[in-house]
Write a protein that binds this ligand. Structure first.
Ligand code: S3P
Length: 175
């Protein structure tokens, strides 16, 4: 059996992936990689500006390249953008690369976290026809839940557990 020494966090926006990836990487002494941060570094502009100019399909193509660039990485906690599950090729690649964990949170928590930060330049509306950010969140949160469930081996709910419990549970998956 191959020991997969990467911890890969997937899940919707606002569920706590970046907090948990930061904490877990410190705890494990592993590097932290954020696919969103890598995409922004590569593009040199915010995700919102890039999507406004080029559309979501082009963003997904760049995101896919960043995922493929992780080939050969080890001892990393990888924090993936919420839409990584939209491309099944991303998910078969990541499934080979490490232990996939769904970071989940209740819709009320996701809404309150995201609506507080409505102008986040890395989180433009996902659906062109959405009437509001609230509607956009609810529609895509609901649509994606079965996708996260399908790909992840484990699920951690940040609405139920405090951060230190989530970190301990996550780290125990790879030790
Ligand atoms: C996206 C989530 C964002 C970012 C981009 C697309 C999505 O990442 O990749 O705005 O499709 O849900 P976070 O989940 O880190 O906010």
């Amino acid at each position: 059996m191959t020991f997969k020494n990467n911890l890969i966090l997937i899940g919707f926006r606002g569920t706590g992936k970046s907090t948990l990836s930061t904490e877990c990487s410190q705890h494990l002494g592993w590097q932290r990689i954020s696919t969103d941060e890598n995409v922004v570094k590569r593009l040199g502009i915010s995700i919102a500006d890039f999507v406004a100019a080029n559309g979501w399909a082009e963003f997904r193509r760049v995101e896919h390249e960043e995922i493929r660039a992780l080939q050969g990485i080890s001892n990393a906690v990888i924090d993936c953008g919420g839409g990584v599950v939209e491309n099944p090729e991303n998910m078969s690649f990541l499934g080979e690369l490490g232990t996939l964990v769904w970071i989940d949170a209740d819709i009320e928590d996701v809404l309150s976290r995201l609506l507080q930060n409505e102008s986040d330049p890395n989180r433009p509306l996902l659906s062109a026809h959405s009437q509001s950010l609230r509607e956009d969140i609810i529609t895509n949160y609901t649509r994606r839940r079965p996708m996260y469930e399908q790909y992840a081996k484990y699920r951690i709910n940040t609405s139920i557990n405090d951060i230190s419990t989530c970190v301990a549970n996550l780290c125990s998956l790879v030790r």
